[in-house]
Design a protein around this ligand. Structure first.
Ligand code: NOJ
Length: 535
């Protein structure tokens, strides 16, 4: 796409909007694990509502709630039975309305999750499709006639073939579990129905949606094989899945959804899960008339490696700048082992967080990362993730990053619930509790609070620009200054094993107390630390 039309479209779509999302900090709540309000061991809307002041004091701009719909429970709520109803274990539609009202009073926006690639196998459409192969509902899924072998080589992200049989021998497509049949988006009735769903929640006051599998929806119309043998996982899809992901037709849907957002007087936003390896392709999902944010997961997938971090940041900034979109950054979520464990220490996770919170664009935090939670051990018998169950334990899955939050170190279940939590908290979990960290200048929670506050003061709003330099195993990021600020901030992160000296005349924030200086315009940066400075 050339630069000229993008400029034009930016001007059109930006008029009259404050575009709060451009440099927002969004906090992802795993609803089932955040806070239990009704004492059944499962997180819910009442619990989340009661904890909104905590999110306000953390300083985030918005909360994204993982799926709250009536669900078959095969994949943590990502198998939806009813898109306009709340699962009774989480509350009611009125609870959502009340949550939104309270959040708005506190200056927080609310994003829900929406799951358009697939429904639950218990959705009324799929039930009807099973009963009657010639029904209109059957035409809303991908069915193939009975045959000895699956129709093609498409694989499920959770392991095994992406095709399962119906009781009458037909095949149906599911890129995830067999309980998540893929919808056929070439049928216009599907798009029409999702328009109604969006409006239902928007009319209730919800501010936007995180769009599940936004790189999916459409499939190759001729159902041709993907090239070669492949075993897909959740992140970073490339040409091996050319027939099942990133079909050009999907962009029409995001334009259609964007038009629905823009039809509201209040600003509504979309953030898409775009798990494509090619960042330029990811950027296309965030063109000015498509989604507001498109998640790229290369940073989340990067090991503790300065070169990988630096190249990802540069390439992502370039890819999003090319379409005039802000880069949304994410280091952890409900699908990935927690960064403390992935990087090897809380010290490193803190340094990475300081880097991320300074980068131009928006930042997405996953509940509990601000407490420095590690990936938790989970007994096999307690594991719920279909990835674990479908691989017979060969893949551990995602339960370890979904353990209920610790709030109060002295309370049962660390203040999450008065009942046993739906996933067991490991020994020592209460040591990470919010009450232990609040007000402690050395805590990870305090570091996150300070970074979010300072980011608002120093970061140029909405700017997608920064210069990123790799110096050995140290990354230097020079941010573009706010208007009128003569002295922009420079961020350093030392991902190597040697202490280094960097120029700085003022230290604004450090990820660790063992950063030395500044003395005579220099600062010593120990391994695995990051700083925000004035150079
Ligand atoms: C991505 C979601 O983040 C993940 O949790 C889910 O399993 C799949 N999409 C399928 O909906």
């Amino acid at each position: 796409m050339s630069a000229e039309p993008i400029e034009d479209m930016c001007l059109t779509t930006r008029s009259g909007r404050d575009e709060w999302w451009r440099d927002a900090v969004v906090y992802q709540v795993y609803l089932r694990s955040f806070a239990d309000g009704n004492g059944d061991g499962v997180g819910d809307f009442a619990g989340l509502r009661a904890r909104l002041p905590y999110l306000a004091s953390l300083g985030v701009d918005a909360v994204w709630v993982t799926p709250h719909y009536v669900s078959g429970g095969a994949d943590g709520g990502y198998d939806v039975i009813d898109y306009t109803a709340v699962d009774p274990s989480y509350g009611t539609v009125e609870d959502v309305r009340a949550l939104v009202a309270d959040a708005h009073d506190l200056g927080l926006r609310v994003l829900l999750d929406i799951v358009p690639n697939h429904t639950s196998d218990q959705h009324e459409w799929f039930r009807r499709a099973l009963e009657d192969p010639s029904s209109p509902e059957a035409a809303r899924y991908h069915f193939m006639p009975p045959s000895e072998n699956p129709p093609n080589n498409w694989q499920s992200m959770f392991g095994g073939p992406a095709w399962s049989r119906t009781p009458d021998g037909r095949w149906y497509l599911h890129l995830f579990t067999p309980q998540q049949p893929d919808l056929n988006w070439d049928n216009p009735e599907v798009a029409d129905d999702f328009d109604r769903t969006l409006r239902f929640w928007f009319d209730l006051g919800v501010d936007g949606f995180r769009v599940d599998v936004a790189y999916g929806l459409f499939k190759d119309p001729a159902y041709r094989d993907n090239p070669g043998i492949y075993s897909p996982t959740l992140f970073g899809h490339g040409p091996e899945q050319v027939m099942t992901t990133n079909q050009a037709r999907v962009h029409q849907i995001w334009r259609r959804w964007r038009a629905i957002c823009d039809s509201y007087a209040e600003e509504k936003m979309l953030v898409g899960e775009v798990s494509l390896a090619d960042l330029d392709q990811v950027g296309l999902y965030a063109r000015p008339d498509e989604m507001h944010h498109a998640f790229q997961f290369r940073l989340l997938k990067s090991d503790w490696d300065a070169a990988a971090f630096a190249s990802t940041i540069t390439e992502a900034l370039d890819a999003f700048a090319a379409v005039g979109a802000p880069a949304p950054w994410v280091l952890g979520n409900h699908d990935k082992a927690r960064q403390v464990t992935r990087y090897g220490s809380e010290r490193r996770a803190r340094a990475a967080a300081l880097l991320m919170l300074a980068l131009p664009g928006s930042a997405y935090l996953y509940a509990g990362e601000e407490l420095g939670l590690p990936e938790a051990p989970v007994p096999d018998t307690a594991r719920r993730d279909p990835i674990f169950l479908r691989s017979n334990g060969a893949r551990l899955g995602r339960d370890g990053c979904r353990i209920p939050m610790p709030w109060d170190s002295a309370a049962p279940a660390a203040g999450f619930s008065v009942a046993d939590p739906w996933l067991p908290q490991p020994d020592g979990w209460a040591g990470y509790a919010v009450d232990r960290q609040e007000g402690d200048p050395a805590s990870t929670l305090t570091m996150y609070q300070q970074a979010i506050l300072l980011r608002d003061l120093y970061k140029a709003p909405g700017s997608g620009l920064a210069s990123v330099t790799l110096e050995g195993e140290v990354i230097r990021v020079d941010l573009i200054a706010r208007d009128g600020d003569p002295d922009p901030i420079t961020v350093w992160i030392n991902m190597g094993s040697e202490t280094v000296t960097v120029p700085a005349h003022r230290l604004l924030l450090a990820s660790s107390p063992d950063v030395g200086g500044p003395v005579a315009g220099k600062l010593t940066l120990a391994p695995d630390t990051a700083v925000w400075t004035r150079v």
